[in-house]
Design a protein around this ligand. Structure first.
Ligand SMILES: [Zn+2]
Length: 192
């Protein structure tokens, strides 16, 4: 059976993970980021009725994941800086505050997964997806082997059907990217 675009969209949402300047051209610029952003924009334009969820890494300046605090990463996605903003080509599509989820706000806690994020009203993504009667998510974003993987796996564990758009990803390490995709597929995440 072939689902029409409209039927597909009724129970489906797009989840855009961390397409933020520090992961694109900033302190943690990832490989493939420009292409991933361009293809995500194409996908959004091709599916105008699809609800769009945006995940944003959103750290205080003293976050524990930063090197100065003993963490593994350079400072990135600090609240109120350009590095933490959604790429300008995608930002106009992040037009519903209820569908933007912020993570990494607690200085002491690392959160790779958008599943742990909260919107301005304090709701989790899973809570909002269920209110919208969404059962299937299409995930893209940066970086494959960290935030995309963790977000996708948490959604899958919580019962959502998960598809990852493999042309709309960017990565820290090419081998890590390939390995993550293989493992995610084995776990039951669809690649498209
Ligand atoms: Zn971070």
């Amino acid at each position: 059976m072939t689902l029409t675009k409209t039927a597909m969209m009724k129970d489906t949402a797009l989840v855009v993970v961390d397409m933020l300047y520090d992961f694109i051209d900033g302190s943690l610029a990832c490989q493939g980021a420009d292409e991933a952003v361009a293809r995500t924009l194409e996908y959004i334009k091709a599916h105008p009725g699809l609800p769009r969820i945006f995940i944003m890494d959103h750290h205080p300046a003293n976050h524990s994941s930063f090197a100065a605090q003993g963490g593994p990463w350079p400072p990135h996605c600090v609240q109120g800086t350009r590095g933490g903003e959604i790429h300008e080509s995608l930002a106009p599509y992040a037009d519903d505050e209820g569908l933007i989820f912020y993570k990494g706000e607690d200085p002491a806690v690392e959160q790779y997964s958008g599943f742990e994020g909260r919107n301005e009203a304090g709701q989790s993504m899973a809570e909002v997806l269920r209110l919208m009667e969404i059962s299937r998510v299409i995930v893209c974003g940066i970086a494959t082997e960290y935030c995309v993987r963790n977000t996708s796996e948490d959604l899958l564990k919580d019962g959502f059907k998960v598809t990852v758009l493999k042309d709309c990803l960017a990565w820290v390490d090419p081998e890590g990217h390939r390995q993550a995709l293989l493992e995610m597929e084995k776990e039951g995440i669809r690649l498209s």
